[in-house]
Ligand binder design. Structure first.
Ligand SMILES: [Zn+2]
Length: 244
């Protein structure tokens, strides 16, 4: 299915830089091939600084700018911020409603998000905001965004229910979808390097390439990103003809 390019795609993640560290190769590739890509970044990353002189407002503004620049590098059409506080994100009903509205407005065929069950990956503990963002995204996609009687006020505004075709979760469990990012890994790294406030002097290029190469080797690709894919609404034509 790595040849599938959704007409519209939405990437929903917790922090500025989450997309660049994980799935920006897929975003850049899809955008390059004509997909209308929308990033939805739930928090401003406004505790992401160890500088004793930095305030939450200042670092939040810096990180929004960095994220917007990274989205531009990847060719994303939209980069939206919901402005939640970093470090205390919860998958609330209020957040679900906000995401349902955005999904109904932007009508993505594919939604990309994190793994709501991931407490650790390898030797690293996962950030609770990442799980919260993933759960909020999944709960907005199914079934909320397609239920006409849920949030009827949106319909009154002319915003219709919407059915997403696929959800792609970035994870390391039960992988069933690999995106070939050989053509976009350079763009992914370029986008990552927009997050100057976060990277310090560490050179992430080698480790990012190595990780994408290790994933790619599983399926005979130079560089890949791996997902667990769910079909929420099958495509109207047999998937085998679209997914090769
Ligand atoms: Zn993060």
């Amino acid at each position: 299915m790595s040849s599938y390019i959704p007409e519209r795609a939405m990437f929903i993640f917790a922090h500025p830089d989450d997309i660049e560290f994980s799935v920006a190769g897929t975003a850049a590739k899809w955008a390059k091939h004509g997909s209308e890509v929308t990033y939805v970044v739930l928090t401003d990353g406004n505790v992401g600084s160890h500088d004793p002189d930095m305030t939450r407002e200042q670092i939040g503004q810096i990180r929004r700018k960095e994220q917007a620049a990274a989205a531009k590098v990847a060719g994303a059409a939209n980069c939206l911020f919901l402005g939640y506080d970093d470090g205390s994100l919860e998958p609330t009903l209020a957040l679900r409603k906000q995401l349902v509205k955005l999904i109904r407005q932007h009508r993505p065929n594919a939604v990309v998000c994190g793994d709501p069950n991931m407490y650790f990956r390898g030797e690293r503990l996962n950030h609770p905001d990442h799980r919260a963002a993933a759960r909020a995204a999944l709960d907005a996609v199914f079934p909320a965004c397609e239920m006409r009687l849920l949030y009827p006020e949106f319909e009154a505004e002319g915003i219709q229910p919407h059915k997403v075709n696929f959800v792609l979760i970035t994870t390391d469990q039960e992988l069933n979808h690999f995106e070939d990012i050989s053509e976009s890994i350079d763009t992914k790294l370029k986008a990552l390097y927009e997050h100057r406030s976060q990277l310090g002097d560490v050179d992430y290029s080698d480790r990012m390439r190595e990780r994408a190469s290790t994933i790619g080797k599983k399926v005979g690709l130079a560089y890949a990103e791996a997902f667990r894919r769910f079909t929420v609404t099958p495509l109207p034509i047999p998937q085998e003809e679209v997914i090769q």
